[in-house]
Write a protein of this length. Sequence first.
Lengths: 248, 88
Amino acid sequence: MEGTAVRGRLTWQVATVVAATWETPQTKRIRFALPDWPGHSAGQHVDVRLTAEDGYTAQRSYSIASPPEVPEVELVVERLADGEVSPFLTGELRADDLIELRGPIGGWFVWPEHTDAPVQLIAGGSGVVPFLAMLAHQRLTAASTPVRLLYSVRSDTEIIGRPELAPRPDLDVTYTFTRAAPDGWTGPTGRIGEALLAAHAVPVAHRPHVLVCGPTAFVEAVSRGLLDLGHDPARIKTERYGGMGETP
Amino acid sequence: MTAALDGNALAGPLAELFAIDLATAMLTCAHCGGSGPLAAHPLYPTGPAMVLRCRDCAEVVLRYANDAGGIRLDMSGTRLLTVTQRAR
């Protein structure tokens, strides 16, 4: 969006729900129509605000799952049992409902455009969501950037983003299952640590850009593993979720 | 001390006050002189104010609240805010 006029201050806008479908038993993919959407970069997020009848408000940040190339904005929201916002978004929201949304936000945790270096994405659970936007963007722009995704997920029923992660020649996805692997699975299992990173991530010598997204404990364990392997801290970007009253 | 979130999650709330995206802005810590992008600082979001801490010395560099008392921004822990690029 370089070269465009400086926009005014970011304000809340009303989004209309176009569709809300279960992505996994615990997550819902929600598509919004936003008449005044200025466009976004792959990896950016939005804030969603709910207001109760007594005026109490709660707001949470959610990564955008859809690429900049499509006009509607998709979020994938995981239902957290003790959450203030996610039970409403996953359980109550229907097509044609209106909701307050602010974005796009954050020019930091975004797809590295115009780089020759390979990109390594590392996701834990619903931390894969910003990467869905990045991978769809990479596919739609036919970017030649080599990209690998290492995705830690509890079981195959909890895989988010099957459409975006479907096998294609320019995408290398490795799953590791931390709770239950599918029958006959011969790939990695267990949490991502130094050994799994050494075996399945882009080697340090190729100087990859590394983006890590997941629950706080996941991001910290993966970051430690990357640093122990000798990855350049300046090329590692992280995004944690959790907190804000919700526990992952 | 486990960080709950990254400063990235503070970029939206700060847009209530600033016209530009501060996620990529560089903050220089007033306590130790360490610096880094706002988005990469550990953020503790659940208190009365959202608290951003220094990656190097863990001191508070910025506090932000928006509630019935109004919008309050405490940057006494930030020596310098540098906007290096505009994301929008």
